[in-house]
Design a protein around this ligand. Structure first.
Ligand code: ADP
Ligand code: ZN
Ligand code: ZN
Length: 822
């Protein structure tokens, strides 16, 4: 018997191994195996079992050492998704799976064995001491806790899983998975329960009372809990006796002490009740459309384009209720961090324990427990950021991607560079479940798909309760400056309005999409800008920590007194970050309570929730922040939104710069005004004629979309072409450059209709000390709708490059459908 194995490495192919007779019962799809690979032993995943192989083939085949799991670590459907992702994002299926599973895929170092020593020594009597099983038992009858690695060393054998599994079935040991780095394992607590019947306890009390009244206190308490048990800690707290009394009672066999696993749960500090509600007429119509797809179990993608405050979340909630009632599960994806508190609290409020939360701010232990809860089917709703895509939900009835346009759905910092929104659509297809993409500012791609009939467009044009969209005004800071109406970063107009809200006790949100104090530091005499030592970017001044920081690699250095190039003392600070906005505001409004929300300010777990709670109930007057304050927050008391500078994104040399600016400004404007109070939005800009800004103030998404679409077509950008960015990266500039040149040479030999740009340095030419070179490839949608032609061309070229180049060890990174070209 043979099996096909893939490894969690960048090899795209699978490998065939023979399965020894004693493992043939355990091998099946989806279990991990240990297999020899060159000189190493690797953990892989069995993706297929087959009975035969031709004679010649079978001669070369090696045997797997062991089978690791009793049940598959992933379902066939999820595997199908991961294969699609690997093909589409130009990586191996193994790399996707490594990315997807929270406890890691290499299990060698992460298994621990706990044993019942007495039982092991009993079993040992029936075994030959020199056999492997005998050796294991003799070790485990002396030690009740050992890592697999230690055990393998002591037995001098690697393939112990088969035996250990048998021992586990016999009840002699427990095998525990443990994250080697994060030290995650099941959390247990000592529990106590009654072994005697209540009647027997009453019978012995008089006798015990004579010698130890304290033990009686314990027993009386235990009668309340009986066989259900109570945690030892709680018992001691409640009875105020010491552990010795409990131990004595356990020794007598009246009580039993045991370990019980306890669940770690992420607790959101943000809390919000939601009122009882019935869907509005507009919401119900839309609800019905999606519901019919849910009831028919058909895959279909809906694009829900609903203005800010139209109640998209409420539609999700109602749909989820139906899906859960039908016994199926729901996946809800939200952008990273900021949105999570409010939408999560709404889901938790309604579905309670049936919800698990997965995002980057939960601890590894909480993630581990959440994951297991989903595997066991105890939670049927998963809500989370990008990685929630991989949650092992089965029988999915609905997938929601909220704020589908958000850039955080794309994994950008590490490979594979997948887009969770797009993969979610494929997941829906595999599970025959409808997918609902929601946004007030849909991405150009999604709206285009809707126009092409690929997605069904659903619209919510009205805010709930006749609330009006806010009035948006631009303030031209060039003009204001001429009229001496600028006070550092603020115009008089803006300061006056903020002052007005403070007086009325209404909430204000201020957006400045840059962290730090000043975004660059330069010398007035020689023009030198303080740069990062590892990256080609300017250092940002963080006044609270008294240092300059690189936002790409974390490099820091003290604030210089002198120019590092010419020694001049004329150091100037340029560009405005959130810290500076905060600083200036507290100068103008010393009595106001303000709070900053950016990744620096909310680094501590739970702090964001607390800030939001205080902002909602009026203890905080003004919230200042980066794009984190722009998304999804819904606070009726906010009547003013100020944007300090509209230009922070617009200048970026990127084809999505206009789209990002439109989205950010429309989203942040949407935070102002609800039914009870009208909202106003003030945007400071250097160019109030900018067509993008005009569309923002006119609240004209479709106008913006149509204009942007014309530009994209003219300049050959998505959605009219599929694009792929190839990047080479190396500490040695010469190597990175050499590699990209050779890849380019291979690519242009290709006869397929592709647009291939000549190699260039990336805009951020050096990051974390590595030099970066790029090629951009475009493939027209008309001839290559799925992008397969483009991907094949890339893979062909890379194969040839890696086959012969002296630069073949240079890292090559693929970004299919890149969010940014920087
Ligand atoms: P969106 O996500 O579309 O911006 P939300 O889902 O946050 O909007 O809803 C905006 C506000 O409208 C919320 O404060 C919510 O309480 C209210 N709301 C939405 N739908 C209803 C409804 N059917 N009945 C009553 N209030 C609603
Ligand atoms: Zn200088
Ligand atoms: Zn840096």
């Amino acid at each position: 018997m043979y099996c096909e194995v893939i490894f969690f490495l960048s090899f795209k192919n699978s490998f065939t191994y023979a399965v020894p007779a004693d493992l043939q019962d355990s091998i099946k799809f989806g279990v991990r195996v240990l297999a020899p690979f060159g000189k190493r032993t690797l953990t892989g995943l069995c993706v297929k079992t087959k009975i035969t192989l031709s004679g010649i083939e079978s001669e070369k085949v090696k045997e797997i050492f062991d089978v690791v799991d009793t049940s598959p670590i992933l379902s066939k459907k999820d595997f199908e998704l991961y294969e699609w992702m690997a093909e589409y994002y130009l990586c191996s299926t193994g790399e996707i799976i490594r990315n997807a599973t929270p406890h890691g895929t290499d299990i060698q170092s992460i298994r621990r064995i706990t044993s019942d020593t007495a039982f092991c020594s009993q079993l040992l009597l029936g075994e030959k001491a020199s056999s492997t099983k005998g050796k294991i038992l003799s070790i485990l009858s002396e030690r009740d806790n050992i890592t697999l690695k230690q055990l393998q060393k002591m037995v001098k054998k690697k393939n112990l899983y088969g035996l250990l599994r048998t021992l586990q079935l016999e009840g002699a040991i427990t095998i525990i998975d443990e994250l080697s780095k994060a030290k995650v394992r099941e959390k247990t607590q000592r529990y106590v329960k009654l072994k005697y019947s209540v009647e027997d306890v009453y019978n012995i009390i008089p006798e015990i009372e004579r010698r130890s009244p304290k033990q009686v206190v314990v027993l009386l308490k235990m009668i309340e809990y009986r066989q259900a048990g109570i945690s030892l800690k709680k018992l001691l707290d409640e009875t105020k006796v010491n552990a010795g009394s409990v131990a004595t009672l356990a020794k007598k066999g009246i009580l039993a002490l045991y370990q019980r696993s306890v669940e770690r749960r992420y607790k959101e500090t943000y809390e919000n009740d939601i009122p009882d509600f019935t869907l509005t007429e507009e919401q119900s119509k839309l609800y019905d459309s999606v519901l019919s797809a849910i009831e028919q179990n058909t895959f279909k993608t809906f694009l829900l384009y609903g203005v800010t405050g139209s109640g998209k979340t409420f539609v999700y909630l109602e749909l989820a209720k139906k899906v859960i009632a039908a016994g199926k599960s729901v996946l809800v994806m939200v952008p990273e961090i900021s949105l999570t508190p409010q939408i999560t609290s709404r889901f938790v409020h309604i579905f309670k324990d049936n919800v698990v939360v997965l995002h980057s701010r939960i601890s590894p232990g909480e993630r581990f427990d959440a994951w297991n809860k989903v595997v066991q089917g105890k939670a049927k709703i998963v809500i989370g950021a990008r990685s929630a895509l991989f949650a092992p939900l089965q029988n999915i009835g609905l997938i929601v991607v909220d704020e589908e346009h958000d850039a955080s759905y794309k994994q950008n910092d590490t490979v594979p560079k997948y887009n969770a929104r797009d993969a979610a659509v494929v997941k829906g297809k595999i599970y025959n479940a409808p997918v609902l993409l929601g946004s007030a500012t849909p991405s150009i791609e999604s709206m285009f798909n809707a126009q092409q009939g690929k997605y069904e467009l659903l619209e919510l044009r009205e805010r709930v309760d006749d609330a009006q969209l806010p009035e948006i005004r631009l303030v031209n800071i060039v003009e204001e400056k001429k009229q001496k109406r600028m006070f550092n970063v603020f115009s008089k107009t803006m300061l006056d309005m903020i002052g007005d809200r403070l007086q009325k006790k209404e909430g204000t949100i201020i957006l400045q999409n840059r962290r730090g104090f000043s975004t660059s530091v330069y010398c007035f005499d020689c023009g030198e800008i303080e740069m990062c030592e590892n990256c080609s970017v300017a250092l940002v001044h963080h006044i609270n920590q008294h240092q300059l920081q690189c936002h790409y690699c974390g490099f820091t250095k003290p604030v210089p007194k002198q120019c590092s190039k010419c020694g001049s003392f004329s150091i100037k600070y340029f560009g405005t970050g959130t810290e500076r906005v905060e600083d200036e505001l507290s100068f103008y409004f010393p009595e106001a309570s303000l709070h900053r929300v950016d990744s620096d300010a909310i680094a501590k777990k739970g702090s964001l929730g607390n800030i939001l709670n205080n902002f909602r109930n009026g203890q905080i007057d003004i919230l200042i922040g980066t794009q984190m304050v722009a998304k999804g927050l819904d606070f009726p008391r906010v009547t003013l939104v100020c944007v300090v500078s509209a230009e922070t994104n617009l200048w970026m040399p990127d084809f999505r710069a206009d789209e990002r600016t439109f989205q950010l400004l429309t989203q942040v404007a949407g935070r102002a005004g609800r039914a009870s109070a009208a909202g106003e939005v003030l945007i400071q800009t250097q160019n109030d004629k900018s067509p993008v800004l005009r569309k923002v103030i006119e609240n004209d998404y479709m106008g913006f979309f149509n204009r942007e679409l014309i530009n994209r077509e003219r300049l050959h950008y998505p959605p009219f072409v599929k694009i792929c960015l190839i990047e080479t990266k190396d500490l040695d500039e010469h190597k990175a450059k050499g590699a990209i040149a050779e890849i380019h040479a291979e690519l242009v030999k290709n006869k397929r209709p592709l647009i291939i740009t000549p190699p260039t340095t990336a805009i951020l030419a050096r990051l974390k000390n590595e030099y970066r070179y790029q090629i951009l490839i475009k493939s027209p949608r008309t001839s290559d709708a799925s992008g397969a032609i483009m991907r094949n061309a890339v893979m062909d070229a890379i194969k040839k490059f890696q086959g012969k180049s002296k630069f073949k060890d240079v890292r090559v990174i693929f970004d299919v459908d890149p969010q940014t070209l920087m």
